[in-house]
Design a protein around this ligand. Sequence first.
Ligand code: 13P
Ligand code: 13P
Ligand code: MG
Ligand code: MG
Length: 363
Amino acid sequence: MKVTVSVIKADIGSHPGHQRVHPKTLEQARKSLQKAKRSGKLIDFYVTHAGDDLELIMTHRKGENNREIHKLAWNTFEACTKIAKRLKLYGAGQDLLANTFSGNVRGMGPGASEIEFKERKSEPLLIFMADKTEPGAWNYILYKIFADPFNTAGLVIAPNLHDGFVFEVHDLIGHKKIKLSAPEEIYDILALIGTPSRYVIKRVYTKSGEIAASTSTDRLSLIAGKYVGKDDPVMMVRAQHDFPAVGECVEPFAMPHLVAGGMRGSHNMPLMPVSEKDNHPTRFDGPPRVIGLGFQISKGTLLSPVDLFDDVAFDRAREKASEITDYLRLHGPLMPHRLPPEEMEYTTLPHVLEKLKKRFKKM
Ligand code: 13P
Ligand code: 13P
Ligand code: MG
Ligand code: MG
């Protein structure tokens, strides 16, 4: 029998400002999902947060895009928003762009990543959740894990990884998707995913079609047509045996690569891997943070997770991320610290430029 893992997330308000989900809203989320577990709707769940984003990790037997599961997530976010409003938390209900639920959270504000599979003899599943960045932030990471033999030794020395993987890339602006094969087409893959604001890796499959990884690709500004918050993404990666080892999956995070989304969703900053406890981006609303939880799935149950970046071996990556932040901050409001103009279209910058329009003289 197949199991589905659904990770559905939303920023429903935080404190202080955009830093961290409030314990009272986390408690409400756990209560809602506990009730759904008792009624048999869910097999299991885990509630956590990535900075100011509330993350619902749920296992069930209903498949992807299931109305009942999406409604459960939506109702949970609404119940949490009610508390956030009562506490006057910052940005209460920020990501709930629609007024009423209409069948699926996609296109309504929350982000979702779902994966359905037949449980293997042993099923390690890694869930990564980030704040102050966008779905394209996973491009570098997924390419390294599934296509770069300098990261993943198994691509060279493990027979079951040696054939490579298939990347499903989505064009978020053109609303198109394409499947490309690694290693045969790595230059084509890189030609696309080198533009992470537009082309994002949605799924990765083995050559025999087994799902290996899935991301959330929802972009709030493209839904709302204006800046409402960043599209802080999630990603799931299956590990071991026919997939890369856990250590190969976390290895790319040792390089704090630059991602878009720091401060007002308008700055490039390094992605800092942190433990659940360090998971609040305070400095310049950053640096963007990522947490990783490693679960074993057992008959749909989520065995208590390992906090993957709660590891001294990632101290250097964190230090480097701070150093890069020092350097980038010296650029102040200038590019390439600030995002390029196309990305600023959805922010508050156009209002400032509008004010100057009449003062421009022909030359
Ligand atoms: P598997 O082939 O069982 O995934 O083991 C590889 C491994 O863990 C090496 O570190
Ligand atoms: P969030 O998208 O995480 O709410 O952050 C908004 C922001 O602009 C912080 O500077
Ligand atoms: Mg926020
Ligand atoms: Mg956020």
